[in-house]
Design a binder for this molecule. Structure first.
Ligand code: NI
Length: 189
């Protein structure tokens, strides 16, 4: 947090088929897997390009809002998304706890749109056009915010809900627990 590349808007990926983009994606996937996270944005590895990666494991998506109309597997495979455009499909927002590799040691409750459409291109230049809800929508909003120089604390509406992860262990009444936190890029704790 505070590094110039995390504060500035990133530039469009000029050529989604370029070999150096493939190399970047490979490095990012490795970093995301090492951190056991759900996503990563290029500025987090100090590359100022509009590129994010993410996936939603099957056990992750138990969307609290009953968004699913009976589809049993709402997991999302590893997605490489370049030059994304997000469009909220509802005004409804949900609060959810997020952690971020670029904001180590902290967690915060962040409002996010519960349903979005996102578009962009994947590695090789094929178009992506998807509708996302629940955790899937949350991770895409979190990661794409990195492309505009926005970290999750800037999205918070109640800063009393920004806290040290350590404090979650104290088990105060009503306190958030570790498993409630959506670690977008997770940090080893
Ligand atoms: Ni993040």
């Amino acid at each position: 947090m505070g590094h110039p590349v995390l504060r500035a808007p990133a530039s469009p990926v000029p050529d989604p088929t370029a070999p150096e983009i493939q190399t970047l994606v490979r490095d990012m996937v490795e970093t995301m897997d090492d951190a056991d996270g759900a996503g990563l944005a290029a500025p987090q590895v100090h590359v100022p390009l509009r590129l994010v990666i993410f996936h939603v494991p099957a056990d992750r998506e138990e969307s609290d809002e009953g968004s699913d109309a009976g589809d049993e597997d709402s997991s999302v495979p590893l997605t490489i998304l370049m030059n994304p455009v997000i469009e909220p499909l509802t005004e409804e927002q949900d609060m959810g706890w997020e952690g971020c590799l670029s904001v180590p040691g902290l967690v915060g409750a962040v409002p996010r749109f519960t349903k979005i459409r996102y578009r962009g291109v994947t590695l090789g230049g094929a178009p992506i056009d998807r509708i996302a809800e629940g955790f899937h929508a949350r991770v895409v909003q979190h990661e794409c915010d990195h492309l505009d120089g926005i970290l999750y604390p800037q999205r918070m509406t109640d800063l009393s809900l920004l806290m040290f992860r350590e404090e979650m262990k104290h088990g105060a009444p009503g306190a958030v627990e570790d498993e409630d936190v959506d670690d977008m890029e997770a940090e080893a704790s």
